[in-house]
Design a protein around this ligand. Sequence first.
Ligand SMILES: CC(C)(COP(=O)(O)OP(=O)(O)OC[C@H]1O[C@@H](n2cnc3c(N)ncnc32)[C@H](O)[C@@H]1OP(=O)(O)O)[C@@H](O)C(=O)NCCC(=O)NCCS
Length: 188
Amino acid sequence: MADEMFWRLAEADDALAINALAARSIRALHTGSYDDAVITVAIEHAYGVDWQLVHDRTYFVVELDGALAGAGGWSYRETIAGAHGPEDPPGNPLHPSSHAARVRAFYVEPGLTRRGVGALLLRLSEDAAREAGFTRAELTATLPAVRFYARYGYLPTGAYVVPLPNGLSLTLESMTKRLAQPLAMDAV
Ligand SMILES: CC(C)(COP(=O)(O)OP(=O)(O)OC[C@H]1O[C@@H](n2cnc3c(N)ncnc32)[C@H](O)[C@@H]1OP(=O)(O)O)[C@@H](O)C(=O)NCCC(=O)NCCS
């Protein structure tokens, strides 16, 4: 499948399509891991494009056979979760010598999982963060994504709870990894 995959940096014009992809991905792939009410509210309030990543040129899209298959990226800003709009203030920048880069906002089209799209996005993100001087990465994984990140060396460090409207909350898992070595890729 690898030679049918194409990646590029996300552009502002991609935001609508990526938000729709994120909603489809979360709805299909989180059923059974989170309550339906949490999924519905989280799609509206917690998931989607973080415009700051697009602006910072740290957000990627992957296409399979010419169709949008996934999106994901990394950040040198302190924000670790959430979908930030174009008008929101930028998060404070991090310093590679003392902070971990953030791995952010991974969504794969539900019919195109387990083909290496997520792994390619992760390799692109880690390579770029490493190139920027970071030696560690941190992320907050959705519960069904923990095994994906664990597959590439991320270790769980504890629960991270995102408050949602209507008294609901979204439980994620904080995970961390040293970036000293290049990502071992046998799937892409
Ligand atoms: C998590 C996610 C990004 C993974 O994307 P993907 O393209 O399916 O992942 P890949 O095909 O690159 O998987 C690579 C390897 O990771 C592991 N992996 C991926 N998904 C897994 C799962 N659901 N369960 C267990 N292991 C998994 C496997 O080892 C897999 O290799 P294999 O298929 O040869 O066994 C995707 O499932 C997704 O979009 N989930 C919904 C949105 C979400 O929760 N995003 C995470 C936000 S933190």
